[in-house]
Design a protein. Sequence first.
Length: 277
Amino acid sequence: MTAPQKTLRKFSGPLLLAGAGKMGGAMLDGWIARGLAPKQIVVIEPQPDKAVKALARRGLKLNPKGKVVEAAAIVIAVKPQTAPEAVPPLGAYVGKNTLVLSIMAGRTIGFLEKSLPPDTAIVRAMPNTPAAIGRGISVMVANAKTSARQRKQATDLLTAIGKVEWAGDEGLMDAVTALSGSGPAYIFLLAEAMTKAGIAAGLPPELSSKLARETVAGSAELLHRSDLDAATLRQNVTSPGGTTAAALEVLMGPGGFDEILTRAIAAAARRGRELAG
């Protein structure tokens, strides 16, 4: 595997991370792999894990007390339900050039603008859990106060955990959350369902589980590496009148994959709007 480029070596900190759970921790690992020195990072985390404590021994500032330092960027990775209490105190670290990057699901730019000092540059982002292995996809949208330099800064910070796309309309974020944010769960459910179906067809449970897992993982990697779109790859596996075609007649028929996923993603987007109030 190619070593990550040191794209953050010239980052002018400090960088404040609020929340070092699974996603925050994945970002932290990605930043350091890309050249950000631990001494440039401040972490606010009530329950730090061993990895964060180890970084604190290398110079990372963990739950600092006393003098508040203006941050170059603040990344908010706390749980959305804790936001009303967790976000306003972060305003003390905001200066005129500070970028605030939030990955909280459902918490809008409007909410953040009300919770932070006036004229704060804010970027709202939605990453997903493959970020843990550097293969995430994040979609971002910025408020009017965010400069071109700060947009690049946000891109650099999230490129550390995968690919990045920008959206011009915050109204798209609920659909983004429903598709890519929640999407890994759909893939894992597919592997679960294939395992159960293999067992029902007579396979031993352990073999069925391994076949399903490796098939899903291998096919995803093929899709990742191929220049062909998903429809073409599917067609390449499907011989007319063959076994795959028989299965796809069921999966692509009335009430099949397309209809179920359309309904599922619509339900997730609707729930996102409800959570945002």
